[in-house]
Design a protein around this ligand. Sequence first.
Ligand SMILES: Cc1ncc(COP(=O)(O)O)c(C=O)c1O
Length: 286
Amino acid sequence: MTTAYLNGDFQPLAEVRISPLDRGFLFGDGVYEVIPSYDGRPVAMQYHLERLRHSLECIHLSSAYSEQSLRSILAALIDQNGGGDLGIYLHISRGAEEKRQHAFSQLTTPTTFAYTFPINKPSDGSAETAQCCRVVTARDQRWGRCHIKSTALLGNVLHMMEAVHEGAQEALLFNDRDELTEATTCNVFVVRSGKVLTPPLDHEKLPGVTRRQCLEFLQAHTDWIVEVRPVTRDEVLSADEVWLTSSTKELAPVITIDGKIVADGKPGPRWSAAQQLFHERRFDSP
Ligand SMILES: Cc1ncc(COP(=O)(O)O)c(C=O)c1O
């Protein structure tokens, strides 16, 4: 049975109760993180807590917990769920108020909730362990604050369902200038003519921890040309390789886009080398 954490108490996940007036429930007024942990060891905890702090600042919410207490709570949660390979979901919403109204009070006590779920060990870079993805493309119709890791994910959910209806696992999203933003749960990298490209961070993309780690590892441990710059739809559609990055997937090769095969339809050599590097280095990140 999964043990969860809610506002100071560890309890069975199935018994966790929150108020229907919680603003997280009513408005999606909250932020979250998903942190992978392998053999009881969390990956890039510092980076995740930095991003959480940034998301909280963006929505003017002060957490009741210091970074150190969050670390201790999450360490205890991993322990109580038997260590192993887990995703840790950490969610801080603005909490419950007596009346449903858009404007929020600064006095509301935030709701802090966390639980774990089993995850698979990521690939070691070999073709047999690659989590290949089929994707569709779509005009990005989400909101203008995608840099906040908000629990309000309906835009992402609807885009993901467009992919699912086409038998795909993800949707690559493009802005009004036909530039790549990201996918519904991942950032995106493209390999073209020997260069690795990824779009720059702004309000249209979540600053992915895996994206950050991937850029750091490639810059420190390869002599590849890596460019952070806008990537056009044409560049994506004619790429040699496309990778999705996220904390639970690490790097996942895209094998079809809108039903058309990417290169030879197999995980590419750059993906293999980059995922192998990630596999060796994931715990280097603070
Ligand atoms: C919209 C979106 N972009 C990118 C990512 C990848 O972020 P990370 O690498 O921190 O998991 C996620 C992860 O959930 C996401 O939801």
